[in-house]
Design a protein around this ligand. Sequence first.
Ligand code: PLP
Length: 381
Amino acid sequence: MYPNRPVWAEVDLQVILDNLRRVRERIGPAVRLMAVVKSDAYGHGKLEVVEKIHRWCDWLGVSFIDEGVELRQAGYDLPILCLVSPLPDELDAVIKYGLTPTVSDLAIVRALSERLEHWGWDAANAPPREVHLKVDTGMGRLGVWHAQAAGTAAAIAALPGVKLGGLMTHFPLADGADKSFTREQIRRFDAVVDELRGRGLGPGLRHAANTAAALDIPESRYDMVRPGLALYGSYPSEHVDRSVGLQNALTLRARLAVVKRLPAGTTISYGRRYRLERETTVGVLPVGYADGWRRSLTGRAEVIFRGRRRPIIGVICMDMCLIDLENCPNARPGEVVTLLGRDYSGEVIRVEEAAGWMETIPYEVTCALSERVPRHYLGSR
Ligand SMILES: Cc1ncc(COP(=O)(O)O)c(C=O)c1O
């Protein structure tokens, strides 16, 4: 970590809590909320984010077992769902740290049951360990194919030491303009629940909705929603309703390293792809693709300097990029430039806009910010 680097991300934890509360208002009091904090809370800092929000959510969602272990070691005792199905050699950590695994087949639950027996699980006194069975209703990734899911759930129910604590699915296209495939997935999921109930078994907690579904598709909310992106303040696509009023929680800033005047005809940066048409003042920012400020921003991205948008010029380098500072009188090294978020004037570059420049999704913009960008936290109390 480089706390004094003249490049930093400001993460406003209060904004994250406000976003969470907005989602809560949208889903209503009867629906539980799992805060998805995987991938270091989408680049915002898992431990800091969890410390701020843990009293306001019902569950935490992480990707893999070690992320859950980290949260347990930090002292959080909320239920934690690990969203990627574990391998058999990860089951001891699941047991030791009281994590809830997402399971995609019977074999891993059988292995869990056997590990519990190995550790001397006591049927008379210890509560069974819960697993959440994922149902593949059309994501084509994790989970048991929906047509077989009720059978797998019934087999889980028969195993010693374990219990079906939840039934879940995931949507690949809830943020699309056309919600018909998501509705078909909901029908498939409901059919699994009905079949289970028909066999006299309960599904446990039913959950399916990511940000897009939680905001826009009420029938997808079931017993719990699993928003990630909304907490950090972005919308997954332009097809998701914005009336909930999310604010981006992360601002990326850098201080000018060098300012200089260059003659007309000078080419800027690698590949000589950008040529100054006239004499121009150019600023060098000490941030580049090794920070996650992607090379694909070349020729597209802008920054905010003294309340005005300025273009990034030339190819983005590993540790630097360049901006056109023409008509910014007396610009000097040390002055602050905003690459993402709001500057003091109120001008703002939203994560979604930067994602458009990068031809990617908002998720990737903040996840890509590397560890060498120090995070400074606001609103921690
Ligand atoms: C299984 C699962 N649930 C929930 C989420 C959260 O999605 P979002 O960030 O769109 O809210 C993810 C993220 O990819 C996920 O994989």
